[in-house]
Design a protein around this ligand. Structure first.
Ligand code: NDP
Ligand code: X2X
Length: 332
């Protein structure tokens, strides 16, 4: 088992006297900037002048400047912009201010691993990647907890890069939960695989297939929603807390037999072959090339993904149920 780093392994002193520019105030940017500020770190948020987030960040008590000014003022530059534009913004607005001894950091390795950003040799380059959506990074910090994160060192010019990474992870609350060390390659390839084949892509298709099967067979959409979407969280929470064993201990014997006897008929050898293909397209750069070209062409495929009729039904039923049962709504 890889070493796990906790609060006692990290020292915020490595960030004292340093200014951190958090570029972007979106899912990760808002969470990391606010958590760092509340950890006593000197933060400046870097945005574009017409950003819809500018006022929100300022009213949260954060210093906000345009990206070039934030980078010029900072010792550490955390790039929390959309992956697909980081390369362009880096060349135009970050690199000119990346002086010797500064640090460049990320929360996903895509742009370094796929050579969209090639930093100068005389700076530190590292990653602190929360394994969680940004809004949970903030919510857990406010609750005195944290979300696990990965750290990776790509370039250690000052000899202190790992100390900086651990201090940053502590500043956003992740060393409360646990921090693993990895590499830019491993984080990038596993994160892309997870979000494509399991978490977002795979899970969404599983939900839609189950929902369609029940609704096409004449069952009420509400029944399909509860069985194929709502209960996923409850089952995953059990697995999250105590592994597959705890989930199987908690469900009925009938459900457990159904799991063993019918589950493998849903995720077939074909599915596993497709997962391997998805991974190889990540490893050989095919996905990265496709995603960057998609953006250069102004996203024709991305924008053409129309919500299928049935997806709209899933969203509509979900909204009605959350309306009827406010306790289902996420805490703000
Ligand atoms: N979402 C998540 O939970 C996770 C994300 N990550 C990584 O974190 C990074 C940020 O992702 P995420 O937080 O989701 O991004 P979001 O899309 O949520 O936020 C992007 C931010 O960048 C700003 N922005 C967009 N274009 C520009 C520009 N040209 N110049 C300056 N600012 C700009 C946006 O503001 P505006 O448009 O108003 O200008 C917004 O504040 C990515 O590398 C991602 O892979 C890692 C782990 C989880
Ligand atoms: C939350 C997370 O890490 C994801 C799904 O990979 C992402 O949003 O990039």
């Amino acid at each position: 088992m890889a070493k796990v780093y906790y609060d006692h392994d990290a020292d915020l002193q490595f960030l004292k006297g340093k200014k951190i520019a958090v570029l972007g105030y979106g899912s990760q940017g808002h969470a990391q900037a606010l958590n760092l500020k509340e950890s006593g770190i000197d933060v400046v948020v870097g945005l574009r002048k017409d950003s819809s987030s500018w006022e929100k960040a300022e009213s949260a008590g954060l210093e906000v400047r345009i990206v070039p000014e934030a980078c010029a003022a900072a010792d550490i530059i955390q790039v929390l912009l959309p992956d697909e534009i980081q390369g362009r913004v880096y060349a135009e607005e970050i690199e000119p201010y990346l002086e010797e001894g500064k640090a460049l950091m990320f929360s996903h390795g895509f742009n370094i691993h796929f050579n969209q950003i090639v930093p100068p040799k005389n700076v530190d380059v590292f990653m602190v990647a929360p394994k969680s959506p940004g809004h949970l990074v903030r919510r857990m910090y406010e609750e005195g907890k944290g979300v696990p994160a990965l750290i990776a060192v790509y370039q250690d010019y000052t000899g202190k890069t790992r100390d900086l990474a651990l201090a940053y992870a502590k500043g956003i609350g992740s060393t409360r939960a646990g921090v693993f060390e990895t590499t830019f390659k491993e984080e990038t390839e596993t994160d892309l695989f997870g979000e494509q084949a399991v978490l977002c892509g795979g899970l969404t298709e599983l939900i839609k297939a189950g929902f369609d099967t029940l609704v096409d067979a004449g069952y009420a959409p509400e029944m399909a929603y509860f069985e194929c979407l709502h209960e996923i969280k409850l089952i995953v929470d059990l697995i999250y807390e105590g592994g597959l064993g705890m989930m199987r201990y908690s469900i009925s014997n009938t459900a457990e037999y159904g799991d063993y006897s019918r589950g493998p008929r849903v995720i077939t050898e074909e599915t596993r072959k497709e997962m391997k293909k998805i991974l190889s397209e990540i490893q050989n750069g095919e996905f990265a090339r496709e995603w960057m070209l998609e953006n250069q062409a102004n996203r024709p495929a991305f924008n053409a993904v129309k919500k299928r009729e049935r997806e709209l039904l899933i969203e509509q039923v979900g909204a009605e149920i959350r309306q009827m049962m406010p306790w289902l709504k996420k805490n703000k």
